[in-house]
Design a protein around this ligand. Structure first.
Ligand code: PLP
Length: 410
C-alpha cells in the first residue's frame, strides 16, 4: 500500500447513487457485490456523456463522429490492457461477459488443441462458467474434465492437485477468488506447476479484479477473464486477456462482420486478433463504461481498497460469531470478500427474505457452484459479499438482521 493512500468508504459510498435511498422502508444495505457491483458516478456520467454527445459506430465510418467513437473504443481497450498489466492492447478481447470469455477459450482454443486422452483440470470450487463450457468442449474433442478436490476449509487440496497434474493435462482452469467460498487460490504457484508439465492456465478473475491488483505478467498465466459489471462497470461486457502468440494461433469461433479480412463465396480470410474474436458490432458504450470503471478503481488505489476491505472482512467475521448456530462455509487461511454461511433450521432463502424486510440485500442459493454445495453437504448457502463502498454500519445491520433470523428459527 502506498503511504498516504487511505480509503474512506463513506466518501466512496457517496459516489454511488444506487446505494442511496431505502429498501422496504429501511436504509438500503447492499451486500451482494459478488453477484454484481453498484456503479459510481464516474461510470454513469461517462456512459451518459458518450451516449449524448459522442456515440457512433466503430471501425467503419469515414466521418468524424465514427472515427472519434472508434478512437475512444480502442483507447478503452488500452485502458483495460493497462488495468491487467498486459503487454499490448492487442491481447484484450472484448466479450459479452466473463462467461462468454471462457466459452471463447473453450470453443476456439479448446477445439483446436484438445484431443482424446487430454485432460482439462479445474478446481472443485469453479463457478459453473468455468465448468460447463469445458464439459461441452470435452464432449466434442474426447478430452476429459477432471476436478481437483477441496479440503474441509474450502481450500484447494494441493497434494491432490500435484497428483492430478501430469503430462495429460493441457489446460488448468483456476478461479482466483471463489465466489461461493471466498477462498483465495495461490494462483501464481499453481501456474508455475502447470507450466512445468506443459499445460496452459486460465484464471477466472471475476472476483479478484474488483478487489486487488491483477497483473497478468506477474501471474504468468495464459488466459485471464473477468466481467465488466463486477468491477463497477456495465453489464454486457467482459474481458478475455490472452498471450498474444496464443491468441494469434486461435481460430475464430463466431463469424460475421468486423472479424474478417476478405469475404467471397469461395472462402473468407480472417482479421488478426483481437478483431477476429469480435464478430458483429461490439458493446461500444459498455467498453467506454468499463474503461471508466478501470480508471475509477485505479484512482481509488487497488492496494488501499484491498487493505480496507480486509479490515472490514475481519470485522464481519468476528461479528458473525455472535450469531447462535451460524456455520461459516469457506474458512481457508487465505480468504476474502465473500462470507457464506448456513443457519440451523433456516433455509438460505428464508434468511435472505427476512433480511430483505430489513432493507438488506444478500444472496441465497448455490451461487452457480453446485459442486461446492455438494462438497459441503448443503443445498444452498446465504452469502454476504463486500464492495469498495461497504461499511461497518452495513455489517452491523447484517448482524442485527441475522439475530432476528436466529430468534425466529430458534
Ligand atoms: C460472476 C462470476 C462468473 C460469471 O460472470 P458473468 O458475469 O455471469 O459472465 C464467473 N466466475 C466467477 C468466479 C464469478 O463470480
Amino acid at each position: 500500500m502506498k503511504p498516504g493512500t487511505m480509503v474512506d468508504p463513506y466518501a466512496i459510498r457517496a459516489q454511488f447513487p444506487g446505494l442511496a435511498g431505502t429498501a422496504n422502508g429501511k436504509p438500503f444495505v447492499y451486500l451482494d457485490s459478488a453477484a454484481t457491483a453498484q456503479k459510481p458516478l464516474a461510470v454513469i456520467e461517462r456512459m451518459d456523456r458518450f451516449l449524448r454527445a459522442e456515440y457512433g459506430t466503430v471501425h467503419r465510418g469515414l466521418y468524424a463522429r465514427s472515427m472519434r467513437s472508434t478512437q475512444l473504443f480502442e483507447e478503452a481497450r488500452g485502458t483495460v490492457a493497462r488495468f491487467v498489466h498486459a503487454r499490448s492492447p492487442d491481447e484484450i478481447v472484448f466479450t459479452m461477459g466473463c462467461t462468454d470469455a471462457i466459452n471463447l477459450v473453450a470453443w476456439s482454443w479448446g477445439r483446436k488443441n484438445l484431443k482424446p486422452g487430454d485432460r482439462i483440470l479445474v478446481t472443485g470450487m469453479e463457478h459453473h462458467a468455468n465448468i460447463v463450457p469445458w464439459q461441452i468442449t470435452a464432449e466434442l474433442t474426447g478430452a476429459e474434465l477432471v476436478p481437483c478436490p477441496l479440503l474441509d476449509d474450502g481450500s484447494l487440496d494441493l497434494e491432490a492437485f500435484d497428483r492430478l497434474l501430469d503430462g495429460r493435462v493441457k489446460l488448468v482452469g483456476l478461479v482466483h477468488i471463489a465466489n461461493s467460498l471466498g477462498t483465495v487460490n495461490p494462483v501464481k504457484e499453481l501456474v508455475r506447476k502447470a507450466h512445468a508439465v506443459g499445460a496452459k492456465v486460465l484464471i477466472d478473475a471475476a472476483q479478484s479484479a474488483p478487489h486487488r491488483v491483477v497483473d497478468v505478467r506477474d501471474l504468468d498465466c495464459d488466459f485471464l477473464v473477468f466481467a465488466g459489471h463486477k468491477v463497477y462497470g456495465p453489464t454486457g461486457i467482459g474481458v478475455l486477456w490472452a498471450r498474444q502468440e496464443i491468441l494469434a494461433a486461435m481460430p475464430p469461433w463466431r463469424g460475421g462482420g468486423e472479424m474478417i479480412e476478405k469475404v467471397t463465396f469461395a472462402g473468407t480470410t480472417f482479421a488478426p486478433a483481437p478483431a477476429r474474436f469480435e464478430a458483429g458490432t461490439p458493446p461500444i458504450v459498455e467498453a467506454i463504461g468499463l474503461a471508466a470503471a478501470c480508471d475509477w478503481l485505479t484512482a481509488q488505489g487497488l492496494d488501499a481498497l484491498q487493505a480496507a476491505e480486509h479490515q472490514l472482512f475481519t470485522y464481519a467475521e468476528e461479528r458473525l460469531r455472535e450469531i447462535p448456530g451460524l456455520r461459516r462455509i469457506g474458512t481457508a487461511a487465505d480468504r476474502a470478500t465473500v462470507l457464506a454461511f448456513t443457519m440451523p433450521g433456516a433455509h438460505a432463502a428464508d434468511i435472505s427474505s427476512i433480511l430483505d424486510l430489513e432493507g438488506i440485500a444478500i444472496r441465497a442459493g448455490h451461487h452457480c457452484a453446485q459442486p461446492v454445495m455438494a462438497r459441503f453437504g448443503v443445498p444452498a448457502t446465504a452469502r454476504a459479499s463486500l464492495g469498495a463502498y461497504s461499511t461497518r454500519e452495513d455489517v452491523d445491520a447484517l448482524v442485527k438482521g441475522l439475530m432476528k433470523v436466529a430468534e425466529l428459527f430458534a
